[in-house]
Ligand binder design. Structure first.
Ligand code: IVH
Length: 677
């Protein structure tokens, strides 16, 4: 084998290590994704051509290996300890006093603070800079050897940067799964009939303890280092004074440390830090259960020593838990705009992560079956990030004798119409259509909403009153409202009534696209409505379209086409549309251009970065009006990339592939030249 091949292989490994550290651990991207992929492919090819030169620490070796029968036990050289806990500011102040007294120091102590990640502890062993072993915490004394799985975690370096590493270095940290990735992973498992995980911590622990590392490699595990454990080597480069500096060193040799890591002086600054993290908790993107506070000086740490199984120099400030036990009091069934019936759990109110929770969604019958839940059960509710509270588990052993089954209604709880469940779909629906007051209310709320007919002043409460008092029975009735009808309503004075009537009148001047969207046809969102308007140009053309004609519209597939057809075939809907037009709703004509005359016909355009003048969806719809196909990824075939603010890897890729890059301004000029401004 020639030396140049060998050098290239080494160079590729070095580059890929560097790029993936930047990407996974520093959240910056040095090169476009495509460049990374190209180098990676080149390395895979070279390694397979020259197997003599393979290396278990190559970046290509993260794909998982043969399944194990069981994990080997491994005894930690230094036990993996736990932390003392503080729940109040007072307890933090006492902690500070204990330390100051014990150190006999009048100076303010320096502390290193960081979020306490809610994952599983993992210990990584590096020998001369190479990852040799990864061990779970286990009982703190003995853990399991999960090396194969740890090697599949992209943020775990297989090889440390630089030279002169300690002969042995143990890095301790937390393996975890970010919230968004956790939701995706669970959706996927449920979709393929597998069981889901109750929370990201269980998912991380389950993934790390997979005997089949191929499965582990498909799990979105991350690793964040929080301390140096054991180490060995005399010409040691490790900092001898500060915990904070050691963590920086770990980052410099390729590990991830918390971006929120901070060194502060004095306990007041610690308390302030804790408040800051608590405020940010819902936006972090990963679950934390508190803040870990450590004395920064290694000399002071040593002087303070340990009590039982925890260091005296550290403490965990615990945040309110994001899972709590409560009781399922009842289940109500809510009916949405399209008739979808959602079971909603009514819970005994409970504080979860600092917020009172008294409702949680139960999604559908499948979820009820999966949980085997009954009314009266003790359940675990979970609230994290900004997602709706969920019931994640049932404590069947605490089930009371009088627990009742949850009976999914066979008739709509609001209008009494039949409930149907299409085979293959999880959702059950009321068949009452707009005869159902619940669906009617939701349809009207949608009809008047900002992106639809945009009737200002017609809020949810008012819609409910109007429907309940039977002042409106269809959306068309909105246009028959008058002063005497409105004046009789709650909290409606003459002035606001007049304002509302004006807003209703003003909404008559609209666009065909808004009108189509406002009808609330299933699966027809704004973008589809705009495509339909642009494609057919007039309402009659749309109403009379065949299935084939509908399928010819950009982004209209079989399901949407069928929803459109059944909506327009329904006599009641036809009557409402006629009545709406009779009430004066109108829109300017759309001149249809032959496809060939559209300036972007047959071309693919990619949007990236943040646009200033309009949202992504609006820009997309307008580009489509000009005939473009709008795609999410850049390739050599891309016609142009529109780059807004902070455009990242897609812009880089476009430049690399010589794809023209337009500014937002250039796109706007194109819009106005073609009358889609
Ligand atoms: S320090 C002696 N720092 O919390 C030092 N632990 O109760 C012990 N954890 O299972 C650990 N984030 O896995 C430390 N930034 C952090 C942490 C952290 C999460 C976990 C750790 C351990 C538990 C300690």
């Amino acid at each position: 084998m020639s030396n140049s091949v060998k050098d290239r292989i080494l160079e590729l490994r070095e580059l890929l290590h560097k790029y993936s550290h930047a990407y996974y651990n520093l959240n910056t991207s040095i090169v476009p994704d495509a460049e990374y992929d190209n180098l990676y492919d080149e390395l895979v090819e070279l390694e397979s051509k020259y197997p003599d030169f393979s290396d278990e620490h190559s970046p290509t070796q993260r794909v998982g290996e043969r399944p194990l029968d069981k994990f080997l036990q491994f005894k930690h050289k230094l036990p993996m300890l736990s932390l003392e806990k503080a729940k109040t500011e007072d307890e933090l102040t006492q902690f500070n006093k204990r330390i100051s007294d014990s150190l006999d120091s009048n100076d303010e102590i320096e502390f290193c603070c960081e979020p306490k990640l809610d994952g599983v502890a993992l210990s990584l062993h590096y020998q001369n800079g190479l990852l040799k072993r990864a061990v779970t915490r286990g009982d703190g004394l003995t853990g399991e050897d999960v090396t194969q799985n740890a090697k599949t975690i992209k943020s775990v370096p297989l090889k440390l940067f630089g030279k002169n590493h300690p002969v042995f270095l143990e890095v301790r940290g937390e393996a975890y799964i970010p919230l968004e990735k956790f939701e995706l992973m669970n959706d996927r498992s449920v979709g393929s009939g597998e069981k889901s995980f109750a929370n990201p911590r269980n998912a991380a622990s389950g993934s790390l303890r997979q005997l089949d590392s191929k499965i582990a490699s498909s799990r979105p595990l991350f690793f964040s280092a929080y301390s140096v454990g054991d180490f060995d080597g005399s010409d040691l480069q490790l900092d001898q004074y500060s915990h904070y500096r050691r963590l920086q060193q770990l980052q410099n040799i390729g590990l991830a440390v918390s971006p929120l890591l901070k060194k502060v002086k004095g306990i007041d600054a610690v308390i302030e830090y804790c408040h800051g993290i608590l405020r940010k908790r819902d936006d972090l993107g990963f679950e934390i259960d508190g803040v870990v506070i450590k004395v920064d000086s290694l000399a002071q740490q040593q002087a303070l020593g340990f009590v039982a199984r925890a260091p005296r120099w550290a403490i965990a400030f615990k945040f309110p838990a994001q899972e709590q036990l409560t009781t399922l009091l009842d289940v109500e069934f809510q009916v949405g705009r399209t008739g979808a019936i959602t079971p909603v759990a009514r819970l005994a109110p409970v504080l979860v992560g600092g917020v009172t929770v008294s409702n949680a969604t139960l999604h559908n019958q499948d979820e009820i079956n999966r949980l085997s839940i009954k009314i009266g059960d003790t359940v675990t509710v979970r609230r994290a990030g900004d997602v709706i509270p969920q019931i994640v588990a049932v404590l069947t052993e605490r089930r009371p004798l009088e627990a009742r089954d949850i009976v999914f209604p066979s008739q709509c709880p609001v209008c009494g119409s039949a409930v149907e469940r299409v085979t293959g779909e999880a959702v059950a629906r009321c068949r009452g259509g707009l005869f159902c007051p619940a669906q009617l209310k939701e349809s009207i709320k949608h009809f008047v909403s900002r992106k639809a007919m945009d009737i200002d002043g017609l809020g949810d409460k008012l819609v409910e009153q109007l429907v309940d008092q039977q002042l409106i029975n269809t959306t068309a009735d909105i246009y028959q409202l008058d002063m005497p009808a409105l004046i009789g309503l709650d909290r409606m004075a003459e002035k606001s009534a007049l304002k509302l009537l004006n807003a209703i009148k003003a909404s008559c001047q609209t666009s065909l696209a808004r009108f189509i969207y406002a009808l609330g046809i299933r699966e027809v969102g704004e973008a589809t409505a705009l495509n339909l308007a642009q494609h057919f140009g007039s309402l009659p053309a749309l109403l009379n379209a065949s299935l084939e004609q509908l399928l010819a519209v950009n982004e209209v597939g079989k399901i949407v086409a069928e929803h459109l057809q059944s909506f327009f075939a329904e006599p009641h809907n036809q009557q409402v549309i006629t009545a709406l037009q009779a009430a004066g709703i109108n829109w300017p004509d759309i001149e249809l251009q032959p496809a060939s005359a559209q300036p972007l016909a047959g071309h693919t355009v990619v949007l990236t970065g943040t646009l200033i003048s309009m949202g992504r969806d609006d820009a997309k719809a307008r580009l489509q009006q000009l005939g473009a196909k709008v795609s999410g990824s850049v390739s050599a075939k891309t016609y142009a990339v529109v780059a807004g603010d902070n455009a990242g890897s897609k812009l880089a890729k476009a430049t690399e592939l010589n794809v023209p890059v337009w500014t937002e301004q250039q796109m706007l000029v194109l819009f106005s030249e073609n009358g889609v401004a």
